[in-house]
Design a binder for this molecule. Structure first.
Ligand SMILES: *Cc1c(COP(=O)(O)O)cnc(C)c1O
Length: 337
């Protein structure tokens, strides 16, 4: 492990030593099991494969200067997974099992937690799938929960840099009153065509408008959206947005730094008024945006080639808490042991 090039790991699958599993069978969750296999053996009729009974989470652990491993806002991820279970009728995974499994997976793979100064972290991927076979459309009676982890490099190995977003009205990620607010694989399948087109055009992501009226901002494919103007942090309110834990954290920190915080409907036209714009999520914390191109109207909104001062402050502050360089006043950190 010592010879891993932590800084240039990028973000991708990497085998680590162990993963942790828990099965729901005969009406109850079993004990945690440790596996060193990267494979699972499931029934070909599993509902996850046919009808999309699949939810996942994404979170990170960081090594402090004190050598301790800090897991960020694990309880919030556990709660969000329960919400996803409710959204697609899967057996609800108790938070205690979620948190125990995450800690165990991190501790079993301690050697893969990147050193403090690398800017890298351990990405944690909890996954819940319907494994019971059903060919008629109904929820499975068996489920599998797995937690696996992998080291990932810093999102900005060459420094905090802005990217471009694109608006394309012919694509929606989620329907109004659909599953957009749940962290389920189906939403990602639905966003791949647009996401791929955006990447090919040199954009980091699609900025989706509300799918009913195309009047308000929703979110980016895999990240929430925020804009800052007149000392106010503004993020869209919509029932098809996935509630980002990073966004929630940034709202808290923005208020602490002296910004007003507004979570409300954000009309498309407001894009012209923001001083700073960013996408936020676990992977990058903040991905600052320098330009949004509206491909339908051939119109662009620009925010400068360097990250704005508030985005930079928020980014540094959240990272400092995650790495234990600044005290955690909010109870966001769980030590792995
Ligand atoms: C996971 C996810 C996010 C970011 O959430 P975080 O909890 O901040 O990582 C944003 N949008 C979508 C659609 C997501 O799936």
């Amino acid at each position: 492990m010592e010879n891993l090039d932590w800084k240039n790991l990028g973000f991708g699958y990497r085998k680590t030593e162990y993963n942790v599993r828990c099965y729901f069978r005969n009406g109850k969750w079993g004990e945690l099991e440790v596996s060193s296999s990267e494979y699972i053996n499931i029934h070909m009729g599993a509902t996850a494969l046919h009808y999309g009974q699949e939810a996942f989470e994404g979170m990170k652990a960081f090594k402090g200067n004190d050598g301790k491993i800090r897991i960020f806002r694990m309880a919030d991820n556990a709660a969000r997974m329960i919400s996803s279970c409710e959204g697609i009728m899967m057996e609800k995974l108790p938070s205690e099992i979620f948190e125990k499994a995450v800690k165990l997976a991190v501790n079993l793979n301690k050697d893969f937690v990147p050193p403090h100064d690398s800017g890298a972290s351990l990405y944690i991927r909890p996954l819940l799938i319907g494994t019971g076979p059903e060919i008629g459309v109904k929820p499975a009676n068996e489920y599998l929960f797995i937690v696996f982890v992998m080291p990932v490099g810093p999102y900005f190995p060459e420094g905090f840099k802005p990217t471009d977003l694109v608006i394309m009205r012919q694509y929606d990620r989620a329907a109004p009153q659909g599953t957009g607010k749940y962290k389920v694989g189906g939403n990602y399948a639905a966003s791949m065509v647009a996401g791929n087109k955006a990447k090919k055009g040199g954009y980091s992501a699609v900025l989706y408008l509300d799918s009913k009226e195309k009047k308000y901002l929703d979110e980016c494919g895999p990240a929430n959206f925020f804009g800052i103007k007149e000392n106010t942090y503004i993020t869209p309110e919509s029932d098809s947005i996935l509630p980002s834990i990073t966004n929630k954290s940034l709202m808290t920190l923005a208020a602490e730094l002296g910004l007003k915080v507004e979570k409300r409907k954000v009309p498309y036209e407001e894009l012209a008024t923001f001083e700073e714009v960013g996408a936020c999520g676990t992977a990058a914390v903040i991905s600052p945006v320098k330009r949004i191109y509206d491909a339908d109207e051939d119109r662009e909104f620009t925010y400068g080639n360097e990250p704005g001062p508030w985005s930079t402050k928020l980014y540094n502050k959240l990272r400092a808490i995650q790495y234990g360089d600044e005290p955690d006043q909010y109870g966001w950190i769980t030590f792995a042991e």
